[in-house]
Write a protein of this length. Structure first.
Length: 83
């Protein structure tokens, strides 16, 4: 699931607030259709959930466990990087 660097980057984009496919595509320099495909996979894995505001939709992290996992992973990888 997280073997795809794009999916991991998408999850990290959603760390602070819900994100639309359009915003993620612009931030990560990916096509909107590719981001939407990854959103579907992440939703199926229950790592993100949909948020609707009128006609616009976005995704956010499914719950605090996903957030904690991502934050812990970032902390561990930053310690493992050579200085």
């Amino acid at each position: 699931m997280l073997g795809s660097p794009a999916r991991l980057r998408i999850l990290l984009c959603c760390l602070d607030r819900p994100q639309s496919a359009r915003n993620v595509a612009l931030d990560l320099d990916l096509s909107r259709s590719l981001v939407s495909q990854h959103f579907r996979v992440l939703r199926a894995a229950r790592l993100v959930t949909g948020v609707r505001a009128g006609k616009r939709g976005s995704l956010r992290l499914a719950d605090g466990h996903v957030r904690t996992f991502l934050e812990d992973m970032l902390m561990l990888t930053s310690k493992a990087l050579p200085r």
